[in-house]
Design a protein around this ligand. Structure first.
Ligand code: SF4
Length: 198
């Protein structure tokens, strides 16, 4: 990765005023993770805690995501880069509007390009619609691999949906187990977790 280009994009995001979310945000959330992550996780947008800290998934949803990742023996430091469809918090955590997603998407596409991960995880309907198809439904496509731009994409529920509807945790865990097995298949056959049999 060209670290100067990466730093340049980060600076563009930190100063970005391309959509109205720039008027109400505290800090843009550029994303977090190693530049050579093999898994790129995409959520919807920053919430209140993320907006305060400028980091992705640090509130209650983030804690749940961390538990799921830990169960797969994935870490933010080594395995996953985490970003969002929009980099600034929509007021009141409303769903990002089409023009906001459109304005922000080039940053995310550039990040995907530069990190070049073989596996992408989409958390929730906004991420699925924003990256793959505006008409796609998370309830229909979750748990199924999608081929996209020479990568494979696993849509699953957003952790906030799991907090609202705990019954969905079982399905989400099945989806993450598929990612675990795919990671072993195409990235590192020696990757193991005490929580998943191989
Ligand atoms: S959401 Fe994206 S496009 Fe809108 S101001 Fe923030 S960084 Fe810029």
């Amino acid at each position: 990765m060209d670290v100067f280009e990466w730093a340049d994009i980060e600076m563009q995001v930190l100063e970005c005023t391309k959509c109205v979310l720039s008027q109400t945000r505290n800090k843009p959330v550029f994303g977090q993770g190693p530049p050579d992550a093999n898994i790129f996780i995409i959520g919807e947008g920053p919430g209140a805690e993320e907006d305060k800290k400028g980091l992705p998934f640090v509130g209650r949803s983030g804690q749940l995501l961390d538990k799921i990742l830990e169960a797969c023996n994935f870490t933010r430091e080594k395995h996953v880069f985490i970003g969002n469809i929009v980099k600034c918090r929509p007021p009141g955590n409303r769903t990002p509007r089409p023009e906001e997603k459109e304005a922000c998407l080039p940053y995310l596409m550039k990040q995907i390009d530069m990190i070049n991960p073989p596996i992408i995880i989409l958390l929730g309907g906004t991420a699925l619609k924003g990256l793959i198809d505006p008409d796609a439904k998370i309830t229909q496509l979750r748990g199924n691999w999608i081929e996209w731009n020479n990568r494979i994409v696993m849509p699953t529920y957003h952790p906030s949906a799991l907090l609202r509807t705990p019954a969905r945790k079982t399905e989400a865990w099945e989806d993450f187990k598929k990612v675990f097995h795919k990671y072993r298949e195409i990235v590192d056959a020696s990757h193991t977790s005490p929580h998943i049999s191989v």
